[in-house]
Design a binder for this molecule. Structure first.
Ligand code: SAM
Length: 303
């Protein structure tokens, strides 16, 4: 059981609600604790304190979490909580909480419940009206979105697409006219196939591969879907990655309406196309000769 004189979370201390005495019959709290997605410095002070104070830690992979905890000199009983025992474990966790134990839930990296186990126990805790606290912290999609340079005012998180091509294509078809920036988690083994499918289904769009975030070889590769694919054909990418794809920008004929020829050309060049290809595309989109596009006076040499 948690010690009676345990420190209260900062939130409560700040607003002066600190109480050294937990009523002995009150239920324990489930703490959702994000962990680093690469750089160990990204764990928060609050996360460390909560991990130190709880009675138990439920972990996606106890061996991985043990390593993390040992690094921070935290020694707590661990229980496993993963995709295959989520339902049964959620029940034992809620029983423990009802008995007054406090439990932290962590996944291998990032925010539990985001493409990771956690949803079921969170649902049960809410249903049973037990205390739940979510700590803020690392999650790969946030860094990927912000670093992508794509509009981030509105976005959709799609997580992992299906491994089955047919299913994957069906999902992409349903997203064809999605106007918000889309975020996908993807494995290095499937990224090429996924981009191919996206190119076929979405047509020309901007995209970013955000790779190895917060790690030594972090990289943002920005360009058109076609140029990302071209890069992958030349050199496959390793490591963990997030794919961020521009939303639907309206029909081709509409997408340059209201833009001057120069603005249109600049916009197309921003998608990562070479100058030559950008001129070709703008000329084709507008149904005008390439010469006319070259004449807009943007400072570049004809190729
Ligand atoms: N819960 C995690 C989160 O909050 O981001 C996601 C876990 S999910 C099982 C793992 C996927 O997240 C990876 O395949 C990759 O798509 C993405 N990911 C996790 N860490 C990453 C990193 N450091 N760089 C890029 N992508 C990462």
């Amino acid at each position: 059981m948690m010690k009676k004189e345990k420190k209260q979370p900062l939130k409560e201390r700040e607003i002066g609600k600190e109480s050294p005495h937990n009523p002995s019959n009150s239920p324990g709290t489930l703490w959702i604790v994000p962990t680093p997605i690469g750089n160990l410095e990204d764990i928060t002070l609050r996360a460390l304190r909560i991990l130190q104070e709880v009675d138990k830690i439920a972990a996606e992979d106890t061996r991985n979490t043990r390593k993390l905890l040992t690094h921070f000199d935290i020694h707590k009983p661990l229980i496993s909580y993963h995709d295959h025992n989520e339902k049964q474990r959620s029940e034992t966790i809620t029983l423990d909480l009802q008995r007054g134990l406090s439990i932290a839930l962590v996944s291998d990296a990032g925010m539990p419940g985001i493409s990771d186990p956690g949803f079921q126990v969170i649902q049960q805790v809410i249903e049973k009206n037990l205390p739940l606290e979510i700590l803020p912290g690392a999650s790969a999609f946030v860094n990927a979105l912000v670093g992508s340079g794509l509009p981030n005012g509105k976005f959709v998180f799609e997580g992992f697409l299906s491994r089955e091509r047919k299913e994957r294509k069906k999902r992409l078809e349903s997203l064809k006219e999605e106007e918000r920036t889309m975020i996908f988690y993807e494995s290095p083994h499937r990224i090429k196939e996924t981009l191919k499918d996206m190119g076929e289904i979405f047509g020309p769009r901007r995209g970013t591969i955000a790779r190895e975030l917060t790690k030594r070889y972090e990289e943002f590769i920005r360009g058109s879907i076609a140029s990302l694919l071209e890069g992958l054909e030349k050199a496959p990418l390793k490591g963990e990655m997030v794919l961020v794809i521009e939303g639907f920008q309206g029909k081709k004929e509409e997408s340059f309406q209201g833009l001057s020829l120069e603005e249109h050309l600049l916009l197309v060049m921003e998608t990562g196309l070479s100058k030559k290809d950008a001129v070709k595309k703008v000329a084709k989109d507008r149904g005008i000769p390439k010469r006319e596009v070259y004449d807009v006076g943007i400072d570049f040499e004809q190729e």
